[in-house]
Design a protein around this ligand. Structure first.
Ligand SMILES: NC(=O)c1ccc[n+]([C@@H]2O[C@H](COP(=O)([O-])OP(=O)(O)OC[C@H]3O[C@@H](n4cnc5c(N)ncnc54)[C@H](O)[C@@H]3O)[C@@H](O)[C@H]2O)c1
Length: 327
């Protein structure tokens, strides 16, 4: 499609705003929607048109579809802090499932507008410390309400697809990290950052002690192993997924990751290398909902979308360091 209008929900958030930029850079026009419960108006304003609304608000969403000629939807809006979902499971389920159902309902109502859905590698639950990269056919077994909310969303899309032919691409991302290479967007939330890289960068630049959440996970150095994929690579996957759906592609479910694991201590070493500062460490307790290892097999995304990760861990850490230094 040469120039389309795309609705991006969660456009005031981290991945949503980067996806807005990727779509605009490819010549598309974006209507960004966010309730700003976690995101920032400064990021939402990157969109061509904005709607400050709850994506579960049927009347508001219907009005967007009535006024705009929406050719595709990227549904990123969600509450997305795993530990918070452990203590507030009902709030997480209601927000994340309720939002997806309303977005899906409107996509169907307005003629089967293709949907790209932000799911998560956490749907695989706890595959154990000995597991290698996980393919899409690995058993799904969420261990917290956040992961469950994503899996229910995936199922809703699959059931609707079987019933009405509604097409979607589900992207199960692993750990998005880094910032826009041109410095236009990055992690920036209401309140304190919860994810490991911004917290590590804050510790490095301000000389604060960083608490490693457990070093007894049964991984090579004992700390959690995650698959860190550059947010610009993640954003590009949405563009590829929409292009695939616009070309008539069938519904698919794809992992999006770097395809390799990095432990927390390896990430600390990369932050120290990039910033030239030592991060004072303290070993603390495990956080609720953390599992030993989550690494993606990304072969299907390559085979289906021609997408593979392009940016390295150093590019992740250095782009994030530039973003956080500017802020
Ligand atoms: N960051 C990651 O590594 C990662 C990994 C896997 C999946 N995901 C998923 O990707 C999506 C984006 O994640 P992110 O890291 O950008 O999170 P984020 O918190 O930065 O962005 C989510 C945005 O959604 C908004 N939002 C929440 N509930 C809403 C609602 N009911 N109506 C309208 N807006 C609402 C928030 O205000 C926020 O701006 C989420 O669905 C998340 O679950 C993220």
């Amino acid at each position: 499609m040469t120039k389309a209008t795309v609705l991006v929900t969660g456009a005031g958030g981290y991945i949503g705003s980067q996806t807005v930029l990727a779509l605009q850079d490819a010549g598309h026009r974006v209507v960004g929607l966010d309730d700003l419960s976690a995101g920032r108006s400064e990021l939402l304003e990157l969109s061509d048109r904005i709607a400050v609304a709850d994506c579960a608000d049927t009347a508001r969403l219907r009005a967007v579809f009535e006024v705009e000629d929406i050719a595709g939807v990227v549904h990123c809006a969600a509450l997305a802090v795993v530990a918070e979902s452990v203590s507030a499971p009902t709030r997480y389920m209601a927000n994340n499932v309720g939002g997806l159902l309303n977005v899906l309902g409107r996509a169907v109502e307005f003629g089967g507008v293709p949907v790209v859905f932000s799911s998560s590698g956490t749907v695989y639950g706890d595959p154990g410390s000995a597991s290698g990269p996980l393919a899409e056919d690995h058993e799904v077994a969420p261990i917290h309400a956040y992961g469950l909310s994503k899996w229910v969303g995936e199922q809703a899309l699959a059931f609707e697809g079987a019933a009405s032919g509604q097409r979607s691409v589900v992207l199960r991302y692993f750990n998005a990290a880094g910032a826009d290479l041109a410095g236009r967007s990055g992690e920036w939330h209401q309140g304190r950052e919860t994810r490991v890289l911004p917290r590590l960068l804050e510790a490095a630049t301000r000389g604060l002690q960083f608490e490693v959440a457990g070093d007894d996970f049964g991984t090579p150095d004992g700390t959690c192993v995650r698959d860190f994929v550059h947010v610009a690579d993640v954003a590009r996957a949405h563009l590829r997924a929409l292009e695939y759906l616009w070309a008539g592609g069938a519904s698919r479910l794809l992992n999006i990751g770097a395809g390799q694991g990095t432990s927390v201590l390896q990430l600390v070493a990369s932050v120290e290398h990039v910033t030239g500062k030592t991060v004072p460490l303290r070993i603390g307790r495990r956080r609720p909902g953390d599992v030993a290892q989550l690494v993606a097999d990304v072969g299907q995304a390559d085979a289906t979308l021609g997408w593979r990760p392009e940016l390295s861990l150093d590019a992740i850490v250095s782009s994030a360091a530039r973003w956080h230094a500017r802020r």
